[in-house]
Design a protein around this ligand. Structure first.
Ligand SMILES: Cc1cc2nc3c(=O)[nH]c(=O)nc-3n(C[C@H](O)[C@H](O)[C@H](O)COP(=O)(O)OP(=O)(O)OC[C@H]3O[C@@H](n4cnc5c(N)ncnc54)[C@H](O)[C@@H]3O)c2cc1C
Length: 496
């Protein structure tokens, strides 16, 4: 018998997870269906992690509204959910009079969008804020509200908090078909609880069928198919691909430095990260859907763009390059966050091309108000937990606390990842969180084992062994990431 939920969310990227977290405080049964075997394996894992302030979306767009509001909410969300967030501010560098005119437009946009404390500044002030910024810059837009996060960490923190408040996560559960169970009648308004509304959708996945009163489409690059399957409006998604480069850690993380944006992207940005690496992000090119290749031409463009902003940047210190794709609704230069006009009970959070990370908390808030407007009564659970207990982070702990941890369990003293100082106990904890890591990369995203300079050259085999032990499977069954990415082929020499 298929299980029935008040709300099913398709897609566990940062958008779906933030919505799940927002709605988890209410007396609702909620299920998140995710095609991949982990949280945040779509665009939400492969992006720059910048919490852009919101000065570049055109005023009046949905994107402008949720970007600025999302950025403002990040302080509270990071505090409640225990993920790392630095509100450093940012500078958009201008090198000419033409650039200055562009910066003035951005400043005016930003003010219209509600971005606080924007200011055009002169070279001396640029150097005060970021001494490594190019001395060729003649002006800049200073934006104190910008910040950065580890984007997958935000999604995972939201998912864990949602799960702690009763949300069910089904991974490896791609939605393959949806039946509309009742005639397409509007939701009943007027105070009735959602559980008394009719069940509208039967949603089929290889892991079984779930039924839903309301379906939220947060499926990123799969959103057009979800809409079509549920009887929603037809739209097409383009794949605006971007390459990103990560450099080794700096003694002091760089302030996010932006160039003047292009019509389709924010241009090549250089930024520090919460772990003091430097990230150069991102190119933007329309490519085949699903293309996650890195291109020499893109990487060269990134390195050249970065050197223009930070001339002394040692671009030989690259530790990783990767690519992701922005799901852009063709013909709509905006996010689609609305109830479907053709399928009652279907709500879209689709086409969240960029900046979906910065906007996620506000997209979640907006989804809540759309549900209320549609007549859904939301009653807060008396025992809902807004706070997530962040996992232990050995590397960031004081020596005193590290010693306490080791005394409590010697596995805290067995360092597996030497670059990021991640002990065995932290990896075990990452596997047993809910939803926990089921792959080597899943471990990496949760506790950074393999994230450092050697990119798991030393620790991968140990992490694999720990995963096999904790998940009670053969090493041959352990995956690097999602389906089919086995690492070990078989036994060469049996232990005697
Ligand atoms: C190169 C690059 C750089 C970027 N930099 C930034 C930045 O610095 N700051 C910022 O704010 N934004 C940035 N973005 C944009 C940001 O990454 C996206 O806006 C955001 O991740 C979108 O999140 P999402 O949850 O909507 O989509 P996704 O993360 O793609 O999640 C959608 C999920 O739905 C799942 N799914 C798909 N089909 C189905 C199905 N049929 N059934 C079940 N599940 C399904 C997918 O597996 C996926 O997990 C960048 C994007 C790129 C590509």
């Amino acid at each position: 018998m298929a299980q029935t939920f008040d709300i099913v969310i398709a897609g566990a990227g940062v958008t779906g997870c933030a919505i799940a977290r927002q709605l988890a405080r209410y007396d609702l049964s909620i299920c998140v269906l995710e095609a991949a075997n982990d949280i945040a394996l779509g665009a939400s894992k492969a992006n720059g992690g910048l919490v852009h302030a919101g000065y570049d979306p055109a005023p009046g767009t949905v994107k402008a509204k949720v970007n600025a509001r999302g950025c403002a909410l990040y302080g509270m969300w990071s505090e409640e959910l225990g993920f790392l967030f630095r509100r450093t501010g940012s500078i958009v560098l201008g090198f000419s009079e033409e650039d200055r005119a562009h910066l003035e437009v951005l400043e005016a946009n930003g003010r219209a969008n509600g971005v606080p404390d924007l200011e055009i500044i002169a070279p001396e002030r640029i150097r005060e804020i970021e001494p490594r910024a190019s001395r060729e810059a003649t002006c800049a837009l200073w934006c104190p509200s910008t910040g950065y996060v580890d984007p997958f960490d935000v999604a995972i923190a939201c998912a864990e908090n949602a799960a702690a408040n009763g949300v069910v996560f089904m991974r490896s559960a791609p939605v393959r078909a949806i039946d509309n169970l009742i005639e397409n009648a509007p939701l009943q308004a007027g105070g009735a609880p959602l559980s008394s509304q009719p069940v509208r959708f039967a949603i089929h996945t290889p892991r079984g069928t779930v039924r839903a009163r309301i379906l939220i489409n947060a499926a990123g690059s799969g959103a057009a198919e979800i809409s079509a399957m549920a009887g929603g409006e037809a739209f097409q998604l383009a794949w605006r691909q971007g390459n990103i480069v990560v450099l080794d850690k700096e003694p002091r993380a760089l302030m996010p430095l932006y160039p003047v944006p292009t019509p389709v992207s924010k241009g090549v940005i250089v930024t520090g990260t919460v772990h003091d690496n430097t990230v150069i992000t991102a190119t933007a090119a329309l490519r085949d859907p699903g293309d996650r290749d890195t291109y020499v031409s893109d990487v060269e463009a990134l390195l050249a763009g970065a050197r223009k902003l930070v001339p002394d940047l040692d671009t030989r210190r690259v530790v990783r390059s990767f690519a992701g794709g922005r799901a852009v609704i063709q013909g709509l230069n905006d996010f689609l966050i609305s109830p479907s006009s053709t399928a009652h009970g279907l709500f879209h959070a689709a086409g969240i091309q960029s900046p979906g990370v910065a906007s996620a908390p506000a997209v979640a808030e907006l989804m809540e108000s759309l549900l209320r407007e549609a007549g859904v009564t939301l009653v807060e659970k008396p025992d809902w937990q807004p706070r997530r207990r962040a996992p232990e982070d050995f590397d960031r702990s004081t020596t005193e606390h590290q010693n306490e941890l080791i005394e409590s369990d010697p596995a805290w003293g067995r360092i597996v990842c030497r670059c990021e100082t991640v002990p065995e106990a932290e990896i075990v904890a990452a596997i047993h969180r809910t939803p926990g890591a089921v792959s080597v990369e899943g471990v990496k995203r949760r506790c950074r084992a393999g994230m450092g300079r050697c990119q798991s050259g030393f620790c991968q085999s140990r992490v694999l062994e720990i995963l096999a032990r904790e998940l009670d499977c053969h090493p041959e069954d352990v995956l690097l990431e999602d389906g089919g990415s086995w690492i070990v082929d078989g036994v060469l020499k049996e232990d005697r």
